[in-house]
Ligand binder design. Structure first.
Ligand SMILES: [Zn+2]
Length: 286
């Protein structure tokens, strides 16, 4: 089986993007796996610190490992990780990739933290992919009423991106290019306008593949342009959470007496899977 690095290279070459989907339980897990299997595509399963504490760090690794034995290209990423200790924990557990997130720190502090994470992670596993982040993209995968404060003033500057990548030796880079975590409650308002030109310049000057966070709520044609401009991994989370919650609410309102989890949860798996499939089809030009 090809490595994640090779799949990312392949995505760059074919102007497609690998979907990164967050989960926090077996409902999300099966939704992502079913979608990937159905479309026969590589995917990345992401777990933030909170998500992996809920499902279990070793447990989520064990779940993904069962698929590797069947040769399914499903990879595991430790999404937003805020300390070197927690980076080391996932590298030791056998994750394929990890994001060290120092984006709320000063430029110098972010470099220092990211550099240390890269050195310590590669010492444990030279093949792990470490992603760094520069520029504001917000923290919460929630629904917001208006654009989060500071979102427009902190887009990543290309020359800063170049210096950041050089100094830290990261494998993947997450820029701020108009993307924001979470999504607007009013779907008709286009809060997230991607700066396509900035993506092009950053990809060229930074020299490593780019990851787009906060994909929920971005319009289809903007995704297409972003992929062509140099994005090769796209994170989706909030849309899946919304689908999960709405399916559960419907499930309970239609069957208020149902007490069997695998019965009232099944519609949630199906609803999340539909979101994942839709995104995978778009990202892979299917
Ligand atoms: Zn993110």
């Amino acid at each position: 089986m090809k490595s994640l690095k090779e799949y990312i290279q392949q995505a760059e070459d074919t102007k497609t993007a690998i979907g990164h989907f967050n989960i926090s339980d077996s409902v999300g897990f099966w939704a992502v796996v079913n979608a990937a299997q159905k479309l026969n595509l590589p995917v990345i399963i992401g777990v933030s610190e909170g998500e992996r504490d809920f499902i279990g760090v070793k447990q989520v690794k064990a779940l993904v490992e069962t698929l590797k034995q069947t040769d399914m290209p499903i990879f595991l990423n430790a999404d937003h990780t805020y300390s070197v200790e927690r980076v080391e924990e996932v590298v030791n557990t056998g994750f394929d990739a990890c994001i060290i997130d120092g984006s709320d720190k000063s430029f110098e502090e972010n470099i220092k933290l990211t550099k240390e994470a890269v050195i310590k992670a590669k010492k444990i596993n030279p093949n792990i992919l470490i992603e760094g982040e520069l520029g504001f993209i917000g923290k919460s995968s929630a629904m917001w009423d208006e654009i989060p404060e500071g979102a427009d003033s902190t887009l990543t500057k290309p020359e800063k991106a170049e210096e950041f990548v050089k100094q830290t030796n990261i494998d993947l880079f997450a820029p701020s290019v108009g993307n924001i975590h979470g999504m607007a409650k009013n779907f008709n308002v286009n809060y997230e306008k991607l700066d396509i030109e900035r993506i092009k310049v950053i990809r060229k000057i930074a020299g490593v593949p780019l990851v787009l966070h906060g994909g929920s709520g971005i319009k289809d044609d903007e995704f297409k342009q972003a992929i062509t401009a140099g994005i090769s991994v796209i994170h989706i989370n909030t849309e899946m959470r919304v689908a999960y919650k709405q399916a559960l609410q419907k499930s309970f309102s239609e069957n208020p007496d149902e007490t069997t989890p695998y019965k009232f949860l099944r519609p949630a798996v199906i609803a999340i899977q539909a979101v994942v499939e839709k995104r995978l089809i778009l990202f892979n030009n299917l």
